[in-house]
Design a protein around this ligand. Structure first.
Ligand code: NAI
Ligand code: MG
Length: 338
């Protein structure tokens, strides 16, 4: 029996985490969930703070969490719970897997991209100020050598361990010479230690265009926090949208698994949310704890669901509900040959 911290979040979060928990249960892996329903707005109302210490303590003690999205107010209000959680738990790698699923129609075939986003610093460092008198706002992009090295090293080692073909570092070192320049220089220096890995570099604006024109030319991408945030939504779009792309926040001690998508307030409560992204994040969690067969069963069931194409949510061209997709994936898990 594993003990895992469950943070359903808000918006579509509770709907998709409920699906993911049911799917894990269907694999036979027993998890005791340490569940925290109040986070973000609801935690402010109840406890006066968007990210109660109890949640962080539970994740630190279990070293593992499955998390739904949490809404962040735009241009005002409390600081992002998601960013704070990643920083407080020192989850320095944000791994996002954008792989084409057969059955989802997109302009491309064979897109298979893995993004390593630096997850604790850069423009998300939280160093912001507003000078009332001068009417000037500042957000500081703090990038450290140590912070760059650890995510870069993780990416290189992952590429070797998973026998991938190419790692691309994305930066804006032509303009942001010191901050993303530091990230690029560290990448070049670590690349020297991995002579067998194909490695190249792109400036972020060109990279955005290259990805849209010829995504198959890329394989694994490592970049700073803001660029990784933006490019990973772009890459999700290349393979059919945010509804299917899983993710993981990884540190030396702790890992928090969550989808790339947010709380999707436009469809929350309507039963339209695609649970696939969080279900696949749950599969990554199972893989992380060594439950490889259970993880493979989930991936097999998800692939079958899309190949069959009969039970899909609206974001990928169907009419099925969140529960409909969840139940179908559970049925498929029971039929899995794994
Ligand atoms: P979003 O990812 O919530 O939604 C973008 C678009 O994708 C919307 O049209 C939405 O309906 C659709 N979408 C997202 N997930 C879907 C799913 N599973 N099934 C079907 N359609 C889906 O991004 P948005 O609207 O920019 O942000 C909404 C809120 O979420 C904001 O408060 C933001 O701060 C927060 N957010 C939280 C994240 C997290 O908790 N890790 C990550 C990203 C955003
Ligand atoms: Mg994002």
């Amino acid at each position: 029996m594993y003990e895992v911290t469950l943070v359903p979040g808000d918006g579509i979060g509770p709907e998709v985490t409920d699906s993911a928990c049911k799917v894990i249960a269907a694999t036979g892996v027993k998890i005791q969930w340490d569940r925290f329903d109040f986070v973000g707005y609801s935690a402010i109302e109840k406890f006066g703070h968007p990210l109660p210490d109890e949640i962080l303590d539970s994740i630190r003690s279990n070293r593992l969490s499955l998390k739904g999205p949490v809404t962040t107010p735009v241009a005002e209000g409390f600081r992002s719970v998601n960013v704070t959680l990643r920083q407080k738990l020192d989850l320095y790698v944000n791994l996002r897997i954008c792989k084409q699923l057969q059955g989802i129609r997109t302009p491309f075939s064979d897109v298979d991209l893995v993004i390593f986003r630096e997850n604790t610093e850069g423009l998300y460092s939280g160093i912001e100020s507003y000078d009332e008198r001068l009417e000037i706002a500042e957000s500081i992009a703090r990038i450290s050598r140590k912070g760059s090295q650890r995510v870069l090293r993780y990416a290189f080692e992952w590429v070797v361990a998973n026998q991938r073909r190419l790692l691309t570092v994305v930066h804006k070192a032509n303009v942001l010479k010191l901050s993303t320049g530091l990230f690029l220089r560290e990448a070049l220096s670590i690349a020297d230690e991995f002579p067998n890995i194909m490695f190249n570099q792109f400036i972020v604006d060109n990279m955005a265009m290259q990805l849209v024109l010829r995504p198959q030319a890329f394989d694994c991408i490592v970049t700073t926090n803001l660029f990784g945030d933006i490019l990973s939504d772009l890459c999700a779009g290349l393979v059919g949208g945010l509804g299917i792309v899983p993710g993981a926040n990884i540190g030396d001690e702790v890992a928090v698994f969550e989808a790339v998508h947010g709380s999707a307030p436009d469809i929350a409560g309507s039963g339209k949310a695609n649970p696939t992204a969080l279900i696949r994040s749950a599969s990554l969690l199972l893989h992380h704890i060594g439950e490889i067969k259970a993880a493979q069963k989930i991936e097999w069931a998800v692939c079958r669901l899309y190949e069959e194409g009969q039970c899909l949510t609206a974001d990928v061209g169907g009419t099925a509900s969140t529960d409909g997709v969840t139940n179908e994936i559970i049925q498929l898990i029971h039929q899995s040959p794994i």
